[in-house]
Design a protein around this ligand. Structure first.
Ligand code: AMP
Length: 215
């Protein structure tokens, strides 16, 4: 299964992509994670990426598409992939269509996890990450993490209030138009993301089954 995950920052793309990975054996590929890894590695490109991430701006299309091309060329995608955070602009949609064609594969669905802005702001403000496991905790929603984990939780550099607004603005200007694009191609599966993660996941599974059957 080959999926892309659309949705605002904080809509739950990462959480749901991890569940999809477990359930279907598909590989979770997050461009955000790849870029955070590449940022500040001492190279010129690393410096550019760090600057874009710090300000909540997108990394230029050519650089991101090149990273994704490299990642997709690795031979570990037998069961498919869930691309979390790519494509994010209409130019990246074009790049991605060429990439997936060159691999002889095709996109099964573009999953949009819809969440209102107010909830995004609330969620990102209380989001913390366990740097050891990558697990995401939402301090406003969940039970307290175990004490040994609580001590090491950290906030993502771009989850500060000013940057959250910028990331949302970028999302509305650059990424939201992709929803209309995939609606037109008939590949869009939309779910309401303003619910607990397990309910969102059940809706995703239902939506994906319906999409696959209608082919
Ligand atoms: P995320 O973890 O998906 O929220 O991404 C974090 C940051 O990485 C974004 O705010 C962008 O600066 C950058 N980023 C991630 N994916 C892309 C992409 N497909 N195109 C451009 N920039 C991206």
């Amino acid at each position: 299964m080959h999926l892309i995950l659309l949705g605002a920052p904080g809509s739950g793309k990462g959480t749901q992509a991890r569940r999809l990975e477990e359930a279907y054996g598909i590989v979770h590929i997050s461009t955000g994670d790849m870029l955070r890894e590449a940022s500040g590695d001492g190279s010129e490109l690393g410096g550019l990426i760090e600057d874009r991430l710090r300000h909540g701006h997108l990394v230029p299309d050519a650089q991101v598409s090149a990273l994704v091309a490299e990642r997709l060329a690795r031979g570990d995608l037998d069961h498919g992939f869930a691309l979390d955070g790519y494509p994010r602009t209409l130019q990246q949609v074009d790049d991605f269509e060429k990439l997936i064609q060159a691999l002889g594969r095709s996109l099964d669905a573009a999953l949009n996890i819809a969440v209102p802005d107010e909830i995004v702001i609330e969620r990102l403000s209380s989001r913390r990450i366990d740097p050891e496991t990558g697990r995401i905790y939402n301090l406003a929603l969940e039970d307290d993490p175990p004490p040994e984990v609580a001590g090491r939780l950290s906030r993502r550099n771009d989850d500060g209030p000013g940057i959250i607004r910028q990331r949302l603005e970028t999302y509305h200007a650059e990424t939201k138009p992709l929803i209309q694009h995939y609606r037109r191609t008939g590949q869009l599966v939309e779910v309401d993301g303003a619910r607990p993660p397990s309910e969102v996941f059940a809706a995703i599974q239902e939506g994906l089954e319906a999409a696959v059957q209608s082919r």
